[in-house]
Write a protein that binds this ligand. Sequence first.
Ligand SMILES: [Fe+2]
Length: 447
Amino acid sequence: MTAADETQMFDGIETLRDRVAADLARSRARSTALTDAVDDDDLVKQHSKLMSPLVWDFAHIANQEELWLVRDVGGREPVRHDIDEMYDAFQHPRADRPALPLLSPVETRSYVREVRDKVLDVLASTPLEGRRLVENAFAFGMIVQHEQQHNETMLATHQLRTGEPVLHADSPPAPPGPVVDEEILVPGGPFTLGTSVEPWALDNERPAHQVDVPAFVIDKYPVTNSAYLEFVAAGGYDQERWWSADGWAYRQKANLTSPRFWLRDGDRWLRNGFGLVEPLVPDEPVVHVCFYEAEAFAAWAGKRLPTEVEWEKAARHDPATGRSRRYPWGDEDPGPQHANLGQRHLRPARIGAYPAGESPLGVAQLIGDVWEWTSSDFHAYPGFVAFPYREYSEVFFGPDYKMLRGGSFGADASACRGTFRNWDYPIRRQIFSGLRLARDARPDESQ
Ligand SMILES: [Fe+2]
């Protein structure tokens, strides 16, 4: 993307302030909806050792907003400096958070409001230039993305919660026509990975750099429930040969037999989505599989997971121009016609539902629906510089985490773009994760 594109994206300071205000409001509406959906007992309760109480997430969102926008960008006095430590994610693992003397739901809501009022004042009065943290409103964009990421985490907490369903949303669009699953050849050659110009891209997405990617083949769509069910029915969970050594050890230890939230009912399978139990939808992407399950399914299917670089090339490469797009469909921000994002629907859309979101090569539903596991570890791009702090990405680099790409129905457009990199432990299953298959191109295909 050129500098001209960037200016076009944020056309003037007032437009930029309006955009930040709209994004902050959208994030807050979602945090509020996710916390208002349950009563106070539910808010302070830990629904799973894997997750924080919802009230911790909400106050932590406001605390980060206070640290970065009220104190740092705004240079204002602290609202509550006494609680910084309690809401520091690095100080307290999720399992320990319920035992902390957390703010009550009433105190949390009033803290959240007070911080936001100050932030809106800072937004109106701070020059959005002259310092890297505020150029293009980066710090505001970072905080918007932070809240949206916690909204997705809070949605995962809702998925783990037991009891009557409390979240409701419209169904995603149905495919407008017949759907033909196919493999798509991504030609070999250079590709520009990452970005140096996307204003709100995080440090780990930078800088843009050229990589040479050999030809490969990728599936047009993510793996569906019906395809995954074949693996389950074929005894894939009992056959060590499909699993890596670490994967098999975890499969044994955790006694995995199917994706999380699948339930067996005689000879049929059901799935529990936010408390609503229903038969599996065959052509919906499979969700709630860990990296090890994804890897084993791919081996059973005679294929493999794409690397992170392959995934991004399939999503962004325009063979006509050689340029990398912001999104598969182009440079336009995601709209409801492109992708299933933003908790608009509380499930992945059936394959074929978003023809307007396809990449130039015809790869579909890369953005939204389900996060897609890749085979790659979390590494810095050449020329990486930690910004604005090491704890954003750098401390996570290494072989412990696997990369996920593309966002899910629970992710927001602001925290999901063609270059966006997500990482998690290979055993994670409560996240909205699925997969897409790839393979090397045969010599006769890659000519
Ligand atoms: Fe956080």
